[in-house]
Design a protein. Structure first.
Length: 229
């Protein structure tokens, strides 16, 4: 197909390559789309996950899916580095001891199969942001264009400024762990202080009976039994 690093291709050529790849019956692929809402939930929730770990877990899921389809035909995986190279490679080797694992910086410029993956990822992301501009968001009126969605894009920065809600900050298409979002939240949004005289570390906080277990939802939301009605 003649793929190349997606960043080195024009948008038109990148989309042309995308169409060739997905229509090629010999090309087996899986695209794992992680929404901004899911990233925010994992990074800001009770059990904090780093962006590196989220990316690693996604790669493991993709390799597992392709491995289940191809079986013994899959013998090697070439992966672009995310975080420290050696530890990432060791992690993948633990998960897939029967595969040859190659983790390299700028792998999309070194290995055609990674170049193909970067084209699929880039076009999928671009189409997603374009659809937001074209179709809008359900039940959430917005102003302006999200542009590329990258923090260096003036259109994306302008969209953030024009669509800030003083209480809810932004719609869930925005990553709330993003530094530009945190800056706008600190500058323009209502500050909320959660008051309480309870100790979150108390093991009996969520139950009158220490031996009984409350549902995870009640624990994560810090809900306790009412003292009286």
């Amino acid at each position: 197909v003649g793929v190349d690093d997606s960043k080195q291709l024009t948008d038109e050529k990148r989309r042309g390559m995308y169409e060739k790849l997905v229509k090629n019956e010999k090309f087996v692929y899986k695209i794992d789309e992680i929404s901004p809402e899911d990233i925010s939930r994992q990074q800001l929730g009770r059990s904090v996950q780093s962006l590196n770990k989220i990316s690693h877990n996604s790669a493991i899921d993709i390799i597992s899916e392709i491995k289940s389809r191809l079986g013994s035909k899959l013998v090697a995986c070439f992966v672009d580095v995310v975080g420290p190279q050696e530890s990432y490679q060791a992690k993948l080797e633990r998960h897939f001891p029967d595969l040859v694992i190659v983790v390299r910086p700028k792998a999309d410029a070194l290995f055609p199969v990674v170049s193909a993956a970067s084209i699929l990822a880039k076009v999928t992301r671009d189409v997603t942001t374009e659809n937001i501009d074209k179709n809008g968001l359900p039940h959430v009126p917005t102003v302006g264009s999200v542009g590329s969605g990258y923090p260096s894009d003036p259109s994306a920065k302008d969209w953030l400024k024009k669509n800030t809600h003083t209480l809810f900050v932004f719609p869930n298409i925005i990553r709330f762990d993003w530094q530009p979002v945190k800056d706008i939240e600190a500058e323009k949004c209502v500050k909320i202080d959660w008051k309480g005289n309870w100790d979150r570390t108390d093991p009996d906080l969520f139950s009158k009976n220490p031996k009984s277990k409350r549902w995870q939802y009640f624990q994560e939301m810090f809900l306790s039994h009412p003292a009286q009605f």
